[in-house]
Design a protein around this ligand. Sequence first.
Ligand SMILES: *[C@@H]1O[C@H](CO)[C@@H](O)[C@H](O)[C@H]1NC(C)=O
Ligand SMILES: *[C@@H]1O[C@H](CO)[C@@H](O)[C@H](O)[C@H]1NC(C)=O
Ligand SMILES: *[C@@H]1O[C@H](CO)[C@@H](O)[C@H](O)[C@H]1NC(C)=O
Length: 331
Amino acid sequence: MANYYLQRSKTLSSFSSSIFFTFFLLLSLTSNNGGMIIMIRAQAGPPSSTRLTGLFPHLFFTQDFSQVFGGSNVQIYGNGSFANITLDKISGSGLASKNHYNYGFFSAAVKVPAGFSSGVVVAFYLSNSDMYPHNHDEIDFELLGHQNHKGWVLQTNMYGNGTTTGREEKFRLWFDPTADFHEYSIIWNNHHIVFLVDNVPVREVPHTEAISSAYPSKPMAVYATIWDASDWATHGGKYPVNYRYAPFVASLAQMEMSGCIYDPKDLSGLSCSRSSNPSSLDPVEGSDFVKLSNQQMQGLQWARTKQMIYSYCKDKRRYKVLPPECAQKNN
Ligand SMILES: *[C@@H]1O[C@H](CO)[C@@H](O)[C@H](O)[C@H]1NC(C)=O
Ligand SMILES: *[C@@H]1O[C@H](CO)[C@@H](O)[C@H](O)[C@H]1NC(C)=O
Ligand SMILES: *[C@@H]1O[C@H](CO)[C@@H](O)[C@H](O)[C@H]1NC(C)=O
């Protein structure tokens, strides 16, 4: 499922502006390598981006979600607005939305565990493997823990209609995801899929002919989970979860899910019919959700040139023949 290589980007080669170059020279004179990298990272934030989070009501973990596994490892607090999900020696844990959605906007604020976290995965994703075990769809945010406590890596992925082709991309984060809550959001509609981090788009999958057979298009539920991915995420089990550092606790908040709620009793699908005159804020057909703004395009370019460290479209060792959408711009 996953590609095990974390390709290290050539961080320094991308700084071409003379301001950065001067800054870099100054730093190399005044500090050691570790300090230098950290300070440069702190300087290189994303361009400001259109705010899509906070437009919809926050949902409650008590009434809008059910626990899917982990017993007492799920703790809900703050009147249902917050949940802590824990991985310990006994079990991981997770929640799923009660509703399935046929397109929409899905967002959660997540804080991942501090400290040694190798092999730990915190996932916020959409899936319908419960309803369609043989041809399921999936859209994934996966935060992958690492030996270095600030080294969490963001992975995005998608599967459509039972495809097994992994379409992973990996990003270095521009903040410490263990220190505060950050917003991870997914736009999913008939026009595109967009992954956003703190409202900055990091990946767009346009719904083109090339990807149509692998484009998720059946109702999905929303999941938030923490689990032991020792065998999967860490170079084939080289750095497994070390339970001396357990429990691993991820905190969730500001859950937003807005879109077309699927009614399983409505075979006509009319409960999900589109308004002919949608508001710009309709996540399914509204203008703010069907196309990225110029500002969002700039954020996307920034994320992909500065923060991306792996793309399946560049992995010719894995795919002798690259998936067809890889021929398109931006991939
Ligand atoms: C607690 O949540 C309920 C809905 O579950 C809401 O009606 C109520 O206003 C909330 N109370 C506070 C203090 O936020
Ligand atoms: C999804 O797969 C099923 C068979 O598994 C097929 O009948 C259907 O046409 C596929 N849908 C799309 C959109 O490719
Ligand atoms: C939830 O987890 C955070 C760590 O992210 C911890 O500081 C807090 O005490 C936990 N709250 C509850 C109610 O378990």
